[in-house]
Each structure stands twice: as structure tokens, then as C-alpha cells.
Design a protein. Structure first.
Length: 697
């Protein structure tokens, strides 16, 4: 039995969140406060044996407002007309929740669940009663787990709170009416939510035709579930006597039949020497006899017959297990030296502890049920290499097992090591709203495509994550740039006060060549990440004057590909200038900005040309003598090269492009000189300035 998909509607910051599960381990990644823990806690409560909690915090605020806007006038009319508690059912409950007709209900959380089975090897006797689809080609079960208003509970809660609500309505005539009305509305919403109960249905594949299950426990019995929490009671302090690792080992070994046979004989074996040495008699004589005078005094005061105080000994299997857990400690044998649990630090202990819990769970595997485990943020206390080893082990190991797992993380290393194929991502879409994305679906779609281009793109994304650019998953925004000089400039610019707002956000910096930035388009669109692409115009090097430049074409594949998203043909530089001036280089509904040099950047074709052109105040075709360039270099303290004088000339003239051509092998030195001389803002090209300001919005 496999858990295929869970779709959550109207829960906290999620309007709709579809979580598809892999056959083995699924990785759910997201930044802090994006909703990972909220989502898995909901699922845990749904399939766990414990009582399900549901509160105002679980319902989107817009849903509560919509309900109170509809229901409040009915409450107000009832209490203003002083109809009394006798009319509560007919004049209030029936108007809000009529037994027939349209009810005024609060839109609460619903969860759709799909479970698949293999007809060749799975025994479906626990699920057989929930078949709704008689198509032999279909091998799925569908369930709805919902939080619904219970009319009788709502009526009872209204009756119990009647006097308090009545008084609140009468208090609305006093000062601070608006504030009191708000508190009253919150109380009515709370009353409604206290009347909600979880219910379960089995249904068809469209989740339309449904039949109610007896109770939620009937649904929960279909799952064998364990949840390994993020906060584990481990300690690397020598004063810790909890021995969590050894306790976990004892718990796991208790599942072994040979162990249980041994434990069954231990109580009698322990009692025998105690009885032979009459230890109970010795304890009685040294302790109970000392109470003799007290007992006799008590007997005289109440005239009772307390009888003789006895001491018995009874040793059970549970006592033995508890004793073993207390006295057993885990040690590490290192070159003949035995070190205690605390010797290896929290990361190592954490790794072992989770491994033991998973092994214990494996022994409890039930082939008649859906077996699934959740691990919350296992990277706690682990350094990156350990995170990598752990997640690789999980992925490789559970390929062979019939157990599914869900691991939540906010670790770049975990995501990078996992790769995109197992990845699900939660991201903040807007304030108080998150969305769940499935990058693996994009990869699967590309791999199924018949085109060579899509197949290459799928391989590209796998490589993209493998080399460490997984931080895009967690980023608020992204900047794609070509080379080291762009990276140095952007990093320094974001330390300036002008970009303080941007520096406070989590920016993913991704280095790409001009030919590859376009490949990120689908991933950017999928994850809905606002992205600035900084690239060079790269028109023909021989073009030097404005007219020659305008007629030339760019060799930059990223610019051409984005331009051809809505236009056709091979654009000239003049057309690209117009494209940028019209802000048509802002694409996908303000999601991507393609920034490149324009006429306002000294007609430059590269970053360095644009920066020097701005600093010196002339275009790329401007010529200066060799001696004049030397004076400018000395005065600016910038690191750039000047070509040697032409043969036979003592003071040759060179254009700005000639200078950059000579400096092309030392661009990093040039950028360091810009930064060390505090010239970054003074030399910041317009195309980069406009792009960063757009990204900061």
C-alpha cells in the first residue's frame, strides 16, 4: 500500500497544497516560517491515534471574516429583539444551520487522500470496504478527512454560552462599541470552531460521491505511522543521565522474540536469590518495625484495627525493562578506550538516535497498512558532511524497503544531496500565504518529452542542484549573473545603504553564462521567484560607433531567447535598446528582469566597458593618447592595462574598448580595485542600478 497524494485545502496559510509522495523518501524543503511544520503536524494528527486539535489558528482569517460577515447580522437581530433562549433553536440555529437548505458554514480544512495498491502483491482486506471504483484497471482508494460543524454541538454551545453572549450584545450600547463588537465576533467564531468535529469519508476518484466512515479512528487504523520530532531529548553534557541512545536500543530489541523469551524468565530468576537470602525479612525488620510505635498511637486515636503492615516483592517484565533502560549506557570503542554517549557530540548522537527509531519502526512494519514515517528537520546539530551522509543513506536504503518517508528540511546541503527528483518545496507566496511546489514533476515532464532540448534541460537541472545552487529553493529572490566580476560588484553594492532593504532579504546568487540563464526560466516560473538576470549585451566586437552598434546583433543566447518569447527574428541592438526602454525585458508578469547594457551605459557591450565609460564620462569609441590613459589610471587608482604604443609611434591613441581588450585577462583585479577604492556606487552602470531597484520593490 502506498500513499500517493495528500491535498490540503484551507489550512492556515495554505489555500491549496498538493503533496505528492515518492515510493520511498520524499523531501519537503522550505525556509523557516513557511509552513512545513504546520503541514506535517496536520497530516500527523490526521493519521495518528491521538485526539485531533483544531483551533482558530488553523483556519485562514479570510474564511472566518466571510462567515462572521454572513452570520453576525442573524445573531444581532436575535439578541436585539430579545427573543430569549426558548427561541434559540428555531430563530437562530435553524437560520444559520438549517437541517434542510443552504447553511451558513465556515469554510474549514479538508484533506483529500489517495492510496494506491499493487494488485499483484498487496493484500487489501483492510481497505476492501472502501472500494468505490469498480473499474478493474483502477487500483486506488480515495478518502476525505474534513473538519465539519456539528449542529447539535453548535446548539449546545450556544445554550451554554447564551447569557454571556446576551450580555455582550447589551454591552454594545456602551462606549468603545467597535472594540466590544470585535471581541464579540471573535467569541462567536470561537463558539463555532468549538462545535467542529473531524469526520472521514471514502469516495470516488473525483471526491464527489462519498460515504461516511464510522469515525476517524476507522480511517487511522489504515496507517502505520511514526513521527520523529525535531526537538530530541539528547544531551552532550556528562551530567545527562537520561541515556536516550541506550533507551532507544532497549526499545528496539524488545521487538525481538528471543529477547522477550529471556525477559519472561528474568523476574523469577531475580526473585529467587532475594527470597533465598530473606531480603524481604531484613527490610521489614529494619524499616517496618520502626513504625510499630506510630501505628499503635494511631490505633488508640481512632479506635480502629489497622492490621499488620506487610512488605511484598513483585518483579514484572516492565520492571526489568525499566531497570535495563536505567542501567544500560551506550559506549564507543575507540582504539581500546570506551567513551560514553556524550563523547561524540549532539550531531553524532542525533544521527544514531534517528537511525534507531527508524529501525524500531521497520520492525513494526504492517503489510496490510500504509507504512509511512515523518522526520522533522534531521539536520539539527549536524555539520554539512553528516547531513549529506544521512540523507544519501535514507534515499538509498528505502529504495529497497516497502516503507515511505517524508523528511522536512531547511538545509541547503540536504536539498543539494537529495537532488530535484525527490524534492517538494514550500515557499511564501505573499503575506500569510504559502504555496507548495513540485519541482520533481517538472523534471518528470521534461524527461517524458520527445524533444532532445527537454531531455537536456532535465539533465541540466539535476546538475544544477548537484553543484550547489539549491539555495534557490529557500531564497526570497534570485540574481543570475555571468562571472566573478559581476558577483563581486553585486555583493559590494548590496552592502550600500541604497540597497539595505534588498540586503535584508535572502538572495540566491547563481553564476551562469550568457547561454544558460534562459534554461532557468521554467524553474523560476515554477517556484515563483522574483529574479534579476544580469548579462552582457555582447554585440559584434567590431562595431564601435553608435550607428555600427545599432545595426549589429547580440551573440547572447539568453537575451535572444527571452526576446523571442513574444517577438520573432534576430533583433538588432537598436531593437534591443527599444525593448529595454519599453520595459518589455520584464517578463512573466513581473517575475523576471533581463538587465543588459543600453545606450545610456556608454554603448558598452560588457560590464567593465559600462563601468569605465560611466567613470570617465565617454562612450566606447572615445580615443585618448597612451599618456592620457596613464594619467587616468594613476588618478583613479584603478587596475587596467594600456596597450603598448603602435610600432613607430611614441603616443598612440586607444579607445575604451582597446583598454578593456588589453585588460580582459585581469577583470578580477580591475573589480578589486573598484571596490578597494570605494568606487562601486560611482561606477555602478545604469542597467544594474535599474535592475536592483526593480528587485528591491
Amino acid at each position: 500500500m502506498k500513499l500517493v497524494k495528500i491535498t490540503v485545502y484551507d489550512y492556515r496559510q495554505f489555500e491549496e497544497a498538493e503533496l505528492k509522495f515518492d515510493d520511498n523518501v520524499t523531501i519537503l524543503a522550505g525556509a523557516n516560517n513557511c509552513g512545513k511544520t504546520s503541514l506535517i503536524t496536520l497530516i500527523k494528527n490526521m493519521v495518528d491515534e491521538k485526539k485531533t486539535a483544531y483551533s482558530e489558528a488553523d483556519i485562514p482569517a479570510r474564511n472566518m471574516k466571510k462567515w462572521i460577515d454572513q452570520a453576525y447580522p442573524i445573531f444581532e437581530a436575535f439578541f436585539q429583539n430579545d427573543l430569549g433562549i426558548d427561541k434559540l433553536e428555531s430563530e437562530l440555529v435553524d437560520k444559520i444551520l438549517p437541517e434542510q437548505g443552504i447553511q451558513i458554514t465556515l469554510k474549514t480544512t479538508k484533506i483529500y487522500i489517495q492510496v494506491d495498491y499493487d494488485e499483484k502483491c498487496d493484500d487489501i482486506k483492510l481497505f476492501a470496504d472502501y472500494i468505490m471504483d469498480l473499474d478493474e484497471k483502477q487500483h486506488s482508494f480515495y478518502f476525505i478527512y474534513a473538519f465539519e460543524i456539528n449542529r447539535s454541538t453548535f446548539s449546545k454551545n450556544l445554550t451554554d454560552d447564551f447569557e454571556k453572549i446576551e450580555k455582550r450584545f447589551s454591552d454594545l450600547q456602551e462606549p468603545n462599541k467597535d472594540l466590544k463588537k470585535r471581541y464579540l465576533q471573535e467569541r462567536l467564531v470561537n463558539l463555532y470552531i468549538r462545535s467542529i468535529r473531524p469526520v472521514c469519508y471514502f469516495c470516488d476518484r473525483e471526491y464527489n460521491n462519498k460515504c461516511a466512515m464510522d469515525d476517524v479512528n476507522e480511517f487511522r487504523r489504515l496507517f502505520n505511522f511514526t513521527y520523529i520530532k525535531a526537538s530530541r531529548p539528547l544531551d552532550d553534557d556528562d551530567t545527562d543521565h537520561s541515556h536516550m541512545l541506550s533507551r532507544q536500543m532497549i526499545k528496539m530489541v524488545k521487538l525481538d522474540d528471543n529477547w522477550n523469551k529471556l525477559i519472561n524468565t528474568l523476574p523469577d530468576d531475580l526473585l529467587k536469590p532475594i527470597q533465598d537470602k530473606e531480603i524481604d525479612k531484613s527490610v521489614r525488620e529494619t524499616s517496618l518495625n520502626s513504625l510499630k510505635d506510630t501505628i499503635e498511637a494511631l490505633e488508640r486515636t481512632n479506635g480502629g484495627q489497622p492490621g499488620e503492615l506487610m512488605l511484598d516483592m513483585n518483579v514484572t517484565e516492565e520492571d526489568i525493562s525499566e531497570l535495563l533502560q536505567r542501567i544500560t549506557t551506550t559506549t564507543y570503542n575507540v582504539d581500546g578506550y570506551f567513551l560514553g554517549e556524550a563523547s561524540q557530540g549532539l550531531g553524532y548522537s542525533n544521527l544514531i538516535y534517528m537511525h534507531l527509531q527508524l529501525k524500531e519502526y521497520e520492525k513494526k512494519k504492517d503489510n496490510l497498512k500504509v507504512n509511512v514515517f515523518f522526520i522533522e528537520e534531521p539536520e539539527s546539530h549536524m555539520h554539512p558532511q553528516m547531513q549529506k551522509v544521512f540523507i544519501k543513506y535514507l534515499l538509498d536504503y528505502y529504495k529497497k524497503e516497502e516503507i515511505q518517508g517524508l523528511v522536512t528540511t531547511h538545509s541547503n546541503e540536504m536539498v543539494r544531496s537529495t537532488g530535484i527528483s525527490h524534492l517538494r518545496v514550500i515557499r511564501k507566496a505573499e503575506r500569510f500565504k504559502s504555496k507548495l511546489y513540485n519541482p520533481s514533476a517538472l523534471i518528470n515532464e521534461l524527461k517524458k518529452s520527445a524533444t532532445e532540448e527537454d531531455e537536456e534541460l532535465a539533465n541540466f537541472f539535476d546538475w544544477f542542484f548537484e553543484i550547489g545552487y539549491s539555495e534557490i529553493v529557500f531564497a526570497d529572490k534570485a540574481i543570475l549573473y555571468e562571472g566573478d566580476t559581476e558577483r563581486l560588484l553585486i555583493r559590494k553594492l548590496l552592502t550600500e545603504p541604497e540597497y539595505e532593504k534588498l540586503s535584508q532579504q535572502y538572495i540566491a546568487y547563481i553564476q551562469v553564462g550568457g547561454a544558460y540563464a534562459y534554461k532557468y526560466r521554467k524553474l523560476i516560473e515554477l517556484l515563483n521567484i522574483k529574479t534579476l538576470i544580469i548579462t552582457d549585451l555582447d554585440y559584434e566586437k567590431s562595431a564601435l560607433t553608435p550607428n555600427e552598434i545599432g545595426r549589429s546583433h547580440t551573440t547572447n543566447a539568453t537575451i535572444n531567447n527571452f526576446y523571442n518569447d513574444k517577438k520573432t527574428g534576430n533583433p538588432t541592438v537598436t531593437q534591443l535598446y527599444g525593448w529595454a526602454d519599453a520595459k518589455e525585458n520584464i517578463l512573466l508578469h513581473n517575475l523576471i528582469y533581463v538587465a543588459f547594457q543600453t545606450a545610456q551605459d556608454s554603448y558598452a557591450r560588457t560590464l567593465e566597458e559600462a563601468m569605465l565609460g560611466k567613470y570617465f564620462g565617454f562612450n566606447v569609441d572615445h580615443k585618448l593618447k597612451h599618456s592620457e590613459w596613464e594619467k587616468k589610471r594613476k588618478g583613479s587608482k584603478l587596475q587596467f592595462y594600456i596597450p603598448k604604443n603602435n610600432k613607430g609611434e611614441t603616443d598612440s591613441e586607444f579607445t575604451l574598448r582597446d583598454i578593456l581588450k588589453a585588460t580582459s585577462g585581469n577583470k578580477t583585479d580591475f573589480m578589486y580595485s573598484v571596490i578597494l577604492n570605494n568606487l562601486t556606487l560611482q561606477m555602478e552602470p545604469q542597467y544594474i542600478s535599474e535592475g536592483l531597484k526593480w528587485l528591491m520593490e
